[in-house]
Structures are given as structure tokens and as C-alpha cells.
Ligand binder design. Structure first.
Ligand code: AHM
Ligand code: MG
Length: 342
């Protein structure tokens, strides 16, 4: 009897080549773009992993456009992504949560047809305490005929994204990716230095008994949000007739990764403290890419009223309330908001 040889691991490179050659889902520029972003994420993973030894913990002493204090690793991750993506000829421009304005491709390099949007290091309040952080990215097409893309070129609804993904720097480093045809997960093999496919066509169960929300904001929430959480907290003897569990990492990537892995919901609603800003999380850097991933995995993503992916951004750094994850719970909490007409 001949023993069956174990299936060979599929690298990200091979996965992307097959997406291009066999399935025709992507062209060579988009393949290069994803490879380059993945390579940048590997470099960020190395810096995050070195922690105090790399001298990268703590504040950079600067503020970003949102008025948030930047950590050294926020700045470094931003630089790594910019440097990696400038010269390949696949991009028309980049935009980052950490930069006021879009970053043009320097004239000495060729320009491509895509726009790359990213949050270089999400959950950065967790860096210094050794809790998972991540990188979130979204890929759009540069509008036809636009040679020097400005902010306006980026203001496209999330449904226009051609790809989205995140890297989570946790106990292992993973890259989760959608090219608009399901969600696939790759784990970084540190010994050989490449991402290896470890999960295909990930799906989020429609029902869940686990929620993620920052409960310390409860007193600032609107009535439908309180109603929904009160019902969950009432447990078995309450209107929902079941006990619910809570998790909150305060790194959106880590919370979304848990949901992608075993289901659940993640909510950052509007509250009285942040009402003037429109929400906490950024539409283009955080909400849109995560909404595309969640929808591709069979989940649902809304701003409490409608689909996040249909919002046409008014500005690059726009914020939105975010409700995403297992379909039946997101549907319910969105209905509570619609019924209350808040
Ligand atoms: P950041 O991109 O500046 O790190 O902020 C986004 C983070 C999310 O990762 C996380 O879900 C949220 O902010 C946590 O907010 P809070 O500290 O209010 O719980
Ligand atoms: Mg960030």
C-alpha cells in the first residue's frame, strides 16, 4: 500500500497566481499589490514581535490628523507600507489613517490603476501591553482618466473595493484576505518567511451568543443600543431566553478575527461623547475593509441603519458607527435602531 503524501502547503504566492491564471479573478498588478502589502506586513510583524528589544514601544511624540497621539510603531508601520508600495508601478496613490492627505506616487516611478487605503497599525493602544494589533487595508480602482488622484478620487463607496484584508499580529501572524470571492486566511510560517493558506472560504455562523462592545460607554449610548444590550445581559430569564458572553480586545482586527474564526458580533455605536465626530471608527480605513470581509464570509455589516458598504464617503477620514458579524444579531440590532428612528 502506498501512503498518501500529505497535501503540500499552499503559499500566498501560489494562491494569488492561481487566482489570476486559473480563475481570472485578478490581474498581475493586483497580484503584485497584495504580495507587496503582505511583505510589508511581515516587516511590521517583525518590529511588533521585537517589542521592547526593538526600541519601538511608546509614543512618537506626534499627533495624527485625528488629533490622536501617534505611537512609534504607528509611524514606523506607516513608513514601511509607503516605502514598500511606492515603486512597484501598481498604484496611483495611497491614503493612510496616519496621514492628513493622500500620498502621491513620486514622479520617478510608474503609476498603476489602483488606490491603496490603510490603517497601518490598528489597536495601537495595545502595543505597549503586548496584546494583538494589526494592519487593515482596502484596494480601490483609480477613477478613469484621473492622473494625479486627490482626496476626491478616493471617495468611493465600499462596494467598489476590489480587495480588502487585514494582518493580525497575535500569538501567530495571520493575513486574512478577500478578492471579492470568499475569505481566505494565511498563517505566517516564521521559519520560511512566507504566508501559508490555513483556511479557505471562511464563514461566520448566522447566530451567536458572543458580543464585543466597549461597555464603559453604556451611559452615553442611544436608547436602541441600550435596549439591545440590556436584553443580552438579561440572559436566560430575559426576553432573549439565552445567556450571552462578552469579549472586548480593543483592537478591531483581533475582535474581527475572533468573529471570522468562531462567529460573534462587534459593535462600536455612536454615543454622546463622539456624536460630533460621527462615530469612533474610520469608514475608509477600518469599517469598509472589515465590512467587505464580513459580508464575503456571510455576515452582515451596518452603521445601525444601512449597509456600510453603500455609504458614499464625504471625506477621507470620515467616521461611522460600526455593527458587524453574525447576521441574525446584526439584523436585530439594526432593526431596533431603524424602529426607534434615531
Ligand atoms: P486606532 O486605529 O487608533 O488604534 O483606533 C481604533 C481602535 C479599534 O481597533 C478598537 O476597536 C477601538 O479603537 C477601541 O476603542 P476603545 O479604546 O474606545 O475601546
Ligand atoms: Mg490606527
Amino acid at each position: 500500500m502506498t501512503a498518501k503524501s500529505p497535501r503540500k502547503p499552499i503559499s500566498l504566492t501560489r494562491f494569488l497566481i492561481e487566482e489570476q491564471r486559473d480563475k481570472g479573478h485578478i490581474n498581475s498588478d493586483l497580484r503584485l499589490l497584495i504580495e507587496v502589502v503582505a511583505r510589508a506586513c511581515k516587516r511590521i510583524a517583525i518590529s511588533v514581535g521585537r517589542g521592547a528589544l526593538g526600541g519601538v514601544l511608546g509614543s512618537a511624540g506626534t499627533e495624527n490628523v485625528q488629533g490622536e497621539v501617534q505611537k512609534k510603531l504607528d509611524v514606523l508601520s506607516n513608513e514601511i507600507l509607503l516605502e514598500a508600495n511606492e515603486w512597484g508601478g501598481h498604484l496611483a496613490a495611497l491614503a493612510s489613517e496616519e496621514m492628513d492627505d493622500p500620498h502621491p506616487i513620486p514622479h520617478r516611478y510608474p503609476k498603476g490603476e489602483y488606490l491603496l487605503v490603510f490603517d497601518p497599525l490598528d489597536g495601537s493602544s495595545n502595543i505597549d501591553v503586548n496584546i494583538s494589533v494589526g494592519t487593515i487595508f482596502s484596494v480601490l480602482r483609480c477613477p478613469a482618466g484621473v492622473k494625479d488622484p486627490d482626496e476626491k478620487a478616493f471617495l468611493q463607496a465600499g462596494v467598489k473595493q476590489v480587495a480588502a484584508g487585514y494582518a493580525v499580529y497575535g500569538s501567530s501572524t495571520m493575513l486574512v484576505l478577500t478578492l471579492g470571492d470568499g475569505v481566505h486566511a494565511f498563517t505566517l510560517d516564521r521559519e520560511i518567511g512566507s504566508f501559508v493558506l490555513t483556511g479557505s472560504d471562511l464563514t461566520i455562523p448566522e447566530d451567536t451568543r458572543e458580543f464585543a462592545i466597549n461597555m464603559s460607554n453604556l451611559r452615553h449610548w442611544q436608547a436602541p443600543m441600550r435596549r439591545y444590550i440590556d436584553e443580552l445581559l438579561a440572559g436566560k430569564t430575559g426576553p432573549r431566553g439565552a445567556d450571552f458572553n462578552m469579549r472586548w480586545v480593543a483592537s478591531m482586527v483581533a475582535d474581527v478575527h475572533r468573529i471570522i474564526t468562531r462567529g460573534g458580533i462587534f459593535i462600536y455605536p455612536i454615543d454622546a461623547k463622539i456624536a460630533d465626530k460621527g462615530g469612533k471608527l474610520r469608514l475608509m480605513y477600518e469599517a469598509n475593509p472589515m465590512a467587505m470581509i464580513v459580508e464575503q464570509a456571510g455576515g452582515m455589516a451596518t452603521d445601525g441603519h444601512g449597509r456600510i458598504l453603500e455609504i458614499v464617503p464625504k471625506s477621507l477620514h470620515q467616521r461611522v458607527p460600526v455593527f458587524l458579524g453574525s447576521k441574525n444579531e446584526i439584523d436585530r440590532v439594526t432593526r431596533y435602531h431603524r424602529e426607534a428612528k434615531v
